[in-house]
Design a protein around this ligand. Sequence first.
Ligand SMILES: NC(=O)c1ccc[n+]([C@@H]2O[C@H](COP(=O)([O-])OP(=O)(O)OC[C@H]3O[C@@H](n4cnc5c(N)ncnc54)[C@H](O)[C@@H]3O)[C@@H](O)[C@H]2O)c1
Ligand SMILES: [Zn+2]
Ligand SMILES: [Zn+2]
Length: 340
Amino acid sequence: MVRVRVRASGVCHSDLHVVEGEWSVPSPLVLGHEGAGVVETIGPGVSGLEPGDHVILSWFSPCRRCRQCARGRVWLCTGTSALEHLLPGGRTVFYRDDGSPVRSFLGLGTFAEAVVVPESAAVPVPSDVPFPIAALIGCSVTTGVGAVVNTAGVRPGDGAVVIGCGGVGQAILMGLNLVGAEPVVAVDLSDERLALAKEMGATHLLRGDDPDLVEKIKDVSGGGADYAFEAIGLPETIELLPSLLGRGGQAIVVGMTPEGAMVGFDPFDLADGGKRIVGCNYGSCVPSVDFPKMARLYASGRLPLDRLIGRTISLDELDGALYDLKHASGLRSVVVFDAG
Ligand SMILES: NC(=O)c1ccc[n+]([C@@H]2O[C@H](COP(=O)([O-])OP(=O)(O)OC[C@H]3O[C@@H](n4cnc5c(N)ncnc54)[C@H](O)[C@@H]3O)[C@@H](O)[C@H]2O)c1
Ligand SMILES: [Zn+2]
Ligand SMILES: [Zn+2]
């Protein structure tokens, strides 16, 4: 285990899903899962980290023993205690004054000044990566870029559409730009986010409430896209994905719906068109490999991650940031903590 002084934590829609009661999680619980900080102390058996190291926190600390981990697919780990919002061994980090335990969202709980996490959840990065950038690498950036390069495997010249251009959607657009996808259609309801999507390399911008959305996407992508990403988590937009694809196209579900949501699709079209629908968890990433990779791509100017950050706020301003997230106002808010 390592104790990490949190220096920045992004406010992600997955936190908002919990606040809105769309996902059942045990309570009480400290939210926040998109964080970075500095190692303060290390526990027995920790060999790869030292106090003072800058780390990005992974919300999926792999057990490194289960079948999925052994196959290298750590993002599908079945042995992690992170999904129960506990540390390995069922312990908690936080307690109420009366001594009763408080869980940490996805085993992190980064809306706190300090956290304790397994060594596998703290990935070292160079100390010149700014903490807010490092925090975003911990969720939205790796999820979005990973969806493109790991989950989908998009190649130069492939056509893509991205529905939802929030934190995760913008990272998908950056990933598409990185690999040279073209054309790239961005869809959102916010003009500010569509303007940023253009900066991120989108070749066409469309509003999600356009009554001719499907036809327009098909027109600009020569009959249908090679890849269609959903980064909102709305059944209505996930359901659209197969109809936006050309033959042989792939739909990637990145957005996460409220629990229990169902969608329908036309199985004849899927079979006849040889289309695929795949889910994407955490950008199919191996945090210890992919976090440093994202940091290098940022340092070399290939991923303009500074552009993702909206307001930097104090922890006291979190409610306002969740309100902004819900109403898609501004870009991603990041809670910034002092060094303590
Ligand atoms: N698969 C994963 O591992 C993973 C990781 C992180 C986040 N997520 C999920 O991804 C989703 C997006 O997260 P985020 O933090 O980017 O959220 P966000 O709120 O920042 O972005 C959502 C965007 O969707 C837009 N939108 C809303 N309704 C729309 C519509 N009808 N048409 C077009 N655009 C519309 C909003 O304007 C906003 O820009 C959430 O469901 C989150 O839980 C999944
Ligand atoms: Zn997240
Ligand atoms: Zn595992």
